[in-house]
Design a protein around this ligand. Structure first.
Ligand code: ZN
Ligand code: ZN
Length: 281
């Protein structure tokens, strides 16, 4: 499915199977997530993507071909894909922050052709093998919606058992972050303004679900935490309004993690008590 012009529907096209270069792998796509970013890409609202483009950045599939020099996967392996095709050499790539690569080559589905296709190619080092018993359609969203949330919960907020974590916005990213929070042994408070999202958060294990339109959510978080506030607030909206809300819910030395496009919010907020840390996957 090819995005030939921004703002227009994807077009079904017959294209040759992509050629393999050194270190690359051909992946046969089994499933691919569809993400809010895809809507922005197709509308031409994101900087970077150029048309014509095959979108699709949340794929899972099987290895169908190996380029020269590939040793870490074998044909038939089930794989998910790390999204950032990086230089592997810069200061961020060498310090385990390759999502911040200074010389980013691109991302499948954004700057590179992606997985809304039967086949796509990606460097072998971007692949993670997964057990063949796991349904591929269930892991397709891992490369973005789950990995970004994992990064926010485990590496930025460093959530530990017994903590209380507020999830501001429980959409595609927040709902995964909430489950990872629970798996980390912490209490999860989901906050949103959409009742359906809060119901889903409860179904997936939220200890408390609060609607911003109903009562004082800051007071309710403080009530739940003996007046201290939350250990961490993960803000998946990252607007100036939610940043202000998040800061008021934090305990001293709490951590506010902004996930997403947060330039305006970062500029307008400020506090000496918290670490504000942005989390792109
Ligand atoms: Zn995505
Ligand atoms: Zn790099």
């Amino acid at each position: 499915m090819v995005l030939e012009r921004f703002g227009e529907p994807l077009q079904l096209r017959e294209l040759p199977i992509p050629k393999l270069g050194p270190g690359q792998v051909l992946v046969k796509v089994a499933a691919c997530g569809l993400c809010g970013s895809d809507l922005e890409i197709s509308a031409g609202k994101l900087q970077g993507p150029q048309v014509p483009l095959i979108m699709g950045h949340e794929p899972a599939g099987t290895v169908a071909g190996l380029g020269p020099g590939v040793t870490n996967v074998q044909v038939g392996d089930h794989v998910v894909v790390a999204l950032y095709v990086t230089c592997g050499q810069c200061v961020h790539c060498r310090t385990d922050r390759d999502n911040l690569c200074i010389n980013l080559i691109g991302r499948p589905g954004f700057e590179l052709d992606g997985a809304f296709a039967e086949y796509f190619t990606v460097p072998a080092r971007n692949l993670f093998s997964i057990a063949s018993s796991v349904p591929l359609e269930k892991v397709a969203a891992m490369s973005d919606a789950v990995a970004t949330s994992w990064h926010a919960v485990r590496r930025q907020a460093r959530v530990t058992p017994g903590q209380t974590v507020v999830l501001l916005g429980v959409g595609g990213l927040g709902i995964h972050a909430m489950q990872i929070t629970k798996l980390s042994g912490a209490r999860a408070i989901a906050i949103d303004r959409v009742p359906e999202k809060l119901q889903m958060a409860e179904r997936f294990g939220a200890d408390l679900a609060l609607n911003t339109g109903e009562g004082d959510v800051v007071a309710q978080v403080r009530n739940r935490t003996a007046g201290l506030g939350a250990d961490a607030v993960l803000d998946f909206v990252a607007s100036p309004e939610t940043v202000r809300l998040g800061l008021r819910m934090l305990k001293r030395d709490g951590v506010l993690v902004l996930v997403g496009l947060c330039k305006r919010a970062c500029r307008e907020s400020g506090s000496s008590w918290v670490t504000i840390t942005s989390s792109a996957s």
